[in-house]
Design a protein. Structure first.
Length: 131
């Protein structure tokens, strides 16, 4: 009987030690953001499909995402995979592949519009609140 109690105590001690050590182990940070997270009144673009990944947001026009009013740090080397017009004015927003609203118009989104950019995404450089 004493041996059985001793084994039970040992087992409980090991279990307690494992539980305590689990609390001390570092956990990985959750880098995932909420899908389609975009401030009210903004046009947002994302590095992932369905409004996921890194985001850049603007409340006004920007003729050059790399050197304009609000720089999108990842846009020079990363394709835009999705976009969201979370504007409140009712205006549509257009995005272009070149600065100063040049190149190809890649999208025109009405208020509340969300879009995935066909698999491989698109390099974008400027946008304006009109279509």
């Amino acid at each position: 009987m004493a041996r059985v109690l001793k084994r039970m105590q040992l087992g409980l001690g090991v279990t307690a030690a494992l539980v305590a050590s689990a609390w001390l182990m570092p956990t990985s940070a959750n880098a995932t953001t909420t899908a389609w997270n975009c401030n009210t009144g903004s046009f947002c673009v994302y590095t992932g499909d369905n409004g996921t990944g890194s985001v850049c947001a603007w409340s006004g026009d920007d003729p050059d995402w790399n050197n304009g009013t609000s720089v999108c740090s990842w846009s020079p080397g990363t394709r835009v995979q999705s976009a969201f017009n979370n504007g409140t004015s009712g205006a549509s927003v257009s995005a272009y592949t070149a600065i100063n609203y040049g190149g190809t118009k890649a999208l025109c989104l009405g208020r509340g519009g969300k879009v995935n950019l066909a698999g491989v995404g698109t390099y974008l450089r400027s946008h304006t609140w009109s279509c």
